[in-house]
Design a protein around this ligand. Sequence first.
Ligand code: DP6
Length: 329
Amino acid sequence: MPPSLVPARATAHANIALAKYWGKSDIAHNLPAVPSISLTLEELVTETEVCFEPGRKHDELLLDGRRATAAETQRANELLDRVRNAAGIEHRATVTSTNHFPTAAGLASSAAGFAALAAAAIRAAGQELDSSELSALARRSSASAARSVFGGFVELAAGAPGEDGLAAKPIAPRKHWDLRLVLALTAAGPKSVGSTEAMERSRTTSPFYDAWVASAPRWCDAVKQAIHDRDLEMLGTAMEQSTLSFHCCAITSQPSTLYWTPATVAALQTVSKLRAKGVPVWSTMDAGPHVKALCEAEDAIRIRHALTQTPGVLQVLVATPGPGVEVSS
Ligand code: DP6
């Protein structure tokens, strides 16, 4: 093995969007049609090791101890091809990726996975990228992964078609605001439709998609201002609108993508009832049935208790602001 090709390992953390990305302006370059802002989470971490090996015929990907499916391997292979092109090498790689999440049920994140894969592959190929270049590389595989390169509060602008260097940017460190995200898991197993496919269905068939694209920047601006001012009510209100609006597009697409279950609705109602009683808490969801409640640190235990008591909720976890990608050889 040439001396520059040594196995490399990276960790990255999942992020939750406070203002959502949903829909692409350019599918080939994987560019988002709307700006988004996220919070990286300490507890949801993926660890990935990459080793380029002379003589190996194909890339091999092991995910949580099992051999990856053809579709999963293909997505990793595309990222590895970009790294090989940049490094001028042809070796295939073995990739071993493990989600160290407190549960296996439904939180596996492409954001953490592709951020860790990009960082480990670049190091294993003997290359150096700055954080912005690494974020752009991860974004080509999964746009939310661009944000997991950074810790704390992170923004990803909308991309103009062809804007291949688009990268996320940190807007405030994790210590800026000690928020909590209380995660209520409402179903076991993988989601019914992946986010890439569901957002494309929304773009091409939902009658509300254009309204979503027109409105999303306003919610993103409000979320950014609220983070700056540490104004949870302003943040929570914009976050809920952003969440419900992208789900509106998903639900009204053809065929409809309805991620919600009875437990989803029950958990959303638990959050709004707590708020009616004076607890400052707002909910968000991603492309799946789980409900995530955003609150100040001091309210997290009470909210966790209420969500644990909610019919159909299987498990509740509390997550804290986390760091960006870290590489070790
Ligand atoms: C609902 O980043 O998974 O979580 O770019 O096609 O891989 P691709 O999509 P992905 O979409 C995430 C959608 C979301 C909202 C968000 O994280 O902003």
